[in-house]
Ligand binder design. Structure first.
Ligand SMILES: [Zn+2]
Length: 333
């Protein structure tokens, strides 16, 4: 029985199976990064949907290792300096707050916060020594530590805890989220941004970076509603970013390939090395280059990312605490 790595429900539904050899060939072709070794000898990966919480994840659940990320993080696009979710996060921050960022990379969000004029106490966590070195060159001190370890020694210590484009890389999904909630003060705000499974990327094929071992879980709007209940949080908002200018070509490109497959009634696997896919890419490339220029805010679908805001409820006082508060009030009056 396949058990959900977030809510522990059984009866996961297999949506599609993906031969590891096909995935390995895709990563070798695009990034010269072999990945087959990472899946414990499995010949096939399955994307599974939890019928209870709507999480989608790959079985076996396995992420990239240091060698894999060392290959990717030297690509110029890997650490994007500004992410749209930084702007979305800003209204939830105010002076004097303690902010914890999990998966801080080289400290781009911290640099953005410094420029915002807010006076915040920032802590960043990341696994990468390379990211730590890069952050240090900007004067930002981040810790190489897991959030699970950090929350043990810093419970209820931050007004804001955030993770931008991180959760989809995580193997220990539940303990990761539980630790973020643990580090949050009652009344505090949890901010999460992930690639949206309710956007065009969910239907994209040969999109290696939305596949294992890079992205190993996928998140719908429905999952955020269910997650709030499981984590005892209030879901404040779920916001989709508009299609970013640098994703316009990819949107038209993927839509064209999907339309060609649908027109001929062909099944469209997540990874497809067949000749028909190569042929579909020619009109997709031409239309992508032509039509992307005509896309703007007025005619674009949801963009790549979804941004969710949760609030940790204030702890209900037990009767003893009520009594003490009352006594203190009497003394001050
Ligand atoms: Zn579940």
């Amino acid at each position: 029985m396949v058990v959900c790595p977030f809510c522990s429900a059984g009866n996961g539904e297999v949506l599609e199976s993906l031969p590891v050899a096909d995935l390995d060939a895709l990563y070798r072709r695009l990034y010269k990064a072999p990945v087959a070794r990472l899946f414990g000898g499995s010949a096939v990966l399955s994307i599974v949907r939890c019928p209870a919480c709507d999480l989608r994840w790959y079985e076996p659940l396995a992420g990239g290792d240091e060698a894999f990320y060392n290959t990717l993080q030297h690509k110029p696009w890997y650490y994007v300096d500004h992410k749209h979710e930084f702007d979305l996060a800003l209204p939830y921050l105010s002076n004097g707050q303690q902010v914890l960022e999990v998966g801080s990379g080289k400290g781009n969000f911290a640099r953005f916060l410094n420029k915002s004029g807010l006076n915040l106490r920032y802590t960043g966590l990341d696994f990468s020594q390379e990211a730590r070195r890069m952050a240090a060159s900007y004067g930002i001190d981040i810790r190489v530590q897991s959030v699970q370890e950090y929350a043990e020694t810093h419970p209820e210590s931050h007004e804001v805890v955030c993770a931008f484009q991180v959760l989809e890389h995580v193997v220990e999904i539940r303990s990761f989220l539980d630790a973020m909630v643990k580090a949050l003060r009652p009344g505090g705000t949890l901010l999460i941004a992930v690639p949206s499974e309710d956007s065009y990327i969910s239907q994209s094929n040969n999109l290696a970076l939305n596949l294992p071992p890079h992205h190993i879980s996928r998140y719908t709007d429905r999952w955020f509603e269910n997650a709030a209940q499981h984590l005892n949080l209030e879901l404040v908002t779920v916001q989709h970013d508009p299609l970013q200018a640098h994703h316009r070509f990819d949107y038209i490109y993927q839509l064209t390939i999907a339309s060609i497959y649908r027109m001929f009634g062909w099944k469209r696997p997540m990874v497809d090395h067949r000749l028909v896919n190569w042929m579909a890419r020619i009109p997709a490339f031409v239309l992508g280059k032509l039509l992307a220029k005509g896309l703007g805010p007025h005619n674009s679908p949801h963009g790549h990312t979804v941004f969710a805001v949760f609030r940790k409820p204030l702890r209900a006082l037990d009767p003893m605490e009520f009594q003490q508060v009352g006594e203190n009030d009497d003394r001050t009056l």
